[in-house]
Design a protein around this ligand. Sequence first.
Ligand code: NAP
Length: 248
Amino acid sequence: MLSGKVALVTGSSRGIGRAVALALAKAGADVVVNYAGRLDAAQQTVDLIKEVKGRALLIKADVANTDQVKAMVDETKKEFGRLDILVNNAGITRDNLIMLMKDEDWDIVLNTNLKGVFNCCRAASRLMLKARAGRIINISSVVGLRGNPGQVNYAAAKAGITGLTCTLAGELGSRNITVNAIAPGFINTEMTAGLSPEAKERLSQRVPLKRLGTPEEIAGTVTFLCSPAAGYITGQVITVDGGMTAVI
Ligand code: NAP
């Protein structure tokens, strides 16, 4: 389905990003595996892609750093000659109540989770505009739709992704570039690994499907949004949360 296409997945050393990179490789795409610091984990993603006979390029870059993002997209062009799919997945948390939140915690989360998306969209859309085709998928969160006490920085960044997604859908649509976001609920990754079993059980009880999600369930929606079947979908935020935000 995606053979001949090139996908860049930010933060694909582990968690949701790794599952997305693998799913796109299985669908036939060549994949750029981006990471920030965990080379061992990123190399494992590359090995998994090679196991399914995919082609992968490993690039270390901090998405918050404009120059590093530009260099990453330049290297992608040099190696693969094109960029068809951008998945903005890299993200971090630095949780605290507002009275206790330090400037550094606000800045690093906004810079990584929102400016990082802007940096990658700007650099990638230059190639996509020339090609008159492209798919951009931004990984947001239900927290950006509803809020979550203790995550004012994270929720603000994720809510910002909605405005960015809608705006870019409008700016890039005439060149056949779709821009969508996915808002996952609570997914089993290292990001949620710090939650106690009791907290996970409490969260699961709020979910109609009575469990946390898996990275593969987010990757499935990403793969769909990259497919020809999703060619007329743009400017949307698709919630994948086991029904959590559908009920009170
Ligand atoms: P994770 O397991 O903590 O993995 C985070 C990934 O982001 C890693 O690959 C990490 O690279 C990379 N990363 C962090 N900072 C980066 C930077 N500055 N530049 C480039 N890469 C960077 O997280 P996850 O749970 O898979 O989450 C992935 C995305 O889904 C995030 O945007 C998150 O906000 C969103 N999300 C997650 C959940 C959830 O419940 N897990 C729910 C809703 C939304 P290194 O390995 O090199 O550090």
